[in-house]
Design a protein around this ligand. Structure first.
Ligand code: UT7
Length: 301
């Protein structure tokens, strides 16, 4: 489709495979599967979920929210639901929001989903982006606990001065589809990868240090770093800044590429199912994306 090659993609990004939705699958279909598995794992029934937060930039429709569609598909009859737009940091923004709701006693069981059908907004003639993105979903359920575990600290930050480094310039209220010469222009995500790269390394490390400091935890006690899987070199550089050794860094970018808001929950789920996270382990999650937005969360499993 474009002038690229496997050697360039693997050596510059670490990506070997990606998963792309079928034409008739929407974000809500992947979110349904992830949400169902999360409920099975947590032993929770749909009617027990009292709030649903979905991090996504690829909802099924511009209106209503993806969360309302997902709620219907999962049969979450007793839930409030909202989408949260923070690009690749969307899932961790959802986790931090859920944590705050739980801590003030507002809700008892919150499902947080990260889902993206990035193939629906990828320009397959643009080699700057089309070799990177994939589709996927992951979900967690968060509830209160009296035990010494759970979400220890979260940190959210954004810098809208750099919005145009990673964005969909057309098709919103600033440049409505009906005013465009070519409606196709309204769909595609554009990225200045080189600039985003620099911000990502600096800010994911900084956000991670902030949550470690808030929780009073030294990086050496971490069991696992679960970072947004955008580029293996970004993850390596972030881990290096945090002095986290390679064996404590979870990687699955080779299999999925960059799945934006779905990236961290997919990685978390795989790490857990592979036995890399056990009860009591300290897990650091971090993500960076368009906005610019970034986030970290420190949890004791
Ligand atoms: O998920 C949200 C956050 N997103 C990210 O964190 C992504 C951050 N950015 C990146 O991961 C990297 O910047 C990229 C993977 C997007 C690009 O890697 P890079 O090492 O920064 O490459 P570059 O843009 O500096 O380009 C290096 C060369 C250029 O050629 P010249 O000028 O050196 O001759 C590009 O034209 O690679 C060329 N190039 C490609 N070649 C083959 C750019 N894209 C491709 C490609 N295939 N797909």
């Amino acid at each position: 489709m474009v002038d690229t090659n496997d050697e360039w993609i693997v050596s510059r990004t670490g990506i070997k495979e990606r998963h792309i939705c079928a034409k008739d699958e929407a974000s809500s279909d992947m979110a349904y599967e992830a949400g169902k598995k999360a409920m099975e794992m947590a032993g929770v029934k749909p009617e027990e979920i009292d709030f649903l937060i979905t991090g996504t930039v690829t909802p099924d429709y511009r209106c209503p929210s993806a969360s309302c569609i997902i709620q219907r598909k999962l049969g979450l009859i007793n839930t409030g639901a909202m989408d949260l737009v923070a690009a690749c940091a969307g899932f961790l923004h959802g986790v931090a929001t859920a944590d705050a709701f739980i801590k003030i006693g507002k809700y008892k069981k919150i499902m947080v989903i990260g889902v993206e059908k990035l193939s629906s907004i990828t320009d397959y003639t643009d080699r700057n982006t089309c070799v990177l993105f994939g589709d996927g979903a992951g979900a967690v359920i968060i509830e209160p606990t009296e035990e010494n575990k759970g979400i220890l600290a979260t940190y959210l930050k954004s810098d809208g001065r750099h919005s145009e480094l990673l964005w969909i310039p057309n098709g919103g209220s600033a440049a409505p589809i009906q005013d465009l010469d070519d409606p196709k222009e309204s769909i595609f995500l554009k990225m200045n990868g080189k600039e985003v790269y620099k911000h990502a390394v600096r800010e994911m490390a900084d956000a991670s240090l902030k949550v470690l400091k808030e929780a009073g935890v030294e990086a050496e006690y971490l069991k696992l770093l679960v970072a947004h899987q955008a580029n293996i070199r970004i993850i390596d550089a972030t881990a290096k800044r945090l002095k986290i050794p390679k064996e404590k860094v979870f990687l699955n970018i080779a299999k999925y590429g960059n799945t934006s808001a779905a990236s961290v929950p997919i990685a978390l789920d795989e790490a857990l199912r592979e036995g890399k996270i056990e009860e009591g382990d300290l897990v650091l999650m971090t993500a960076f994306g368009g906005g610019l937005t970034w986030a970290s969360a420190l949890i004791r499993w």
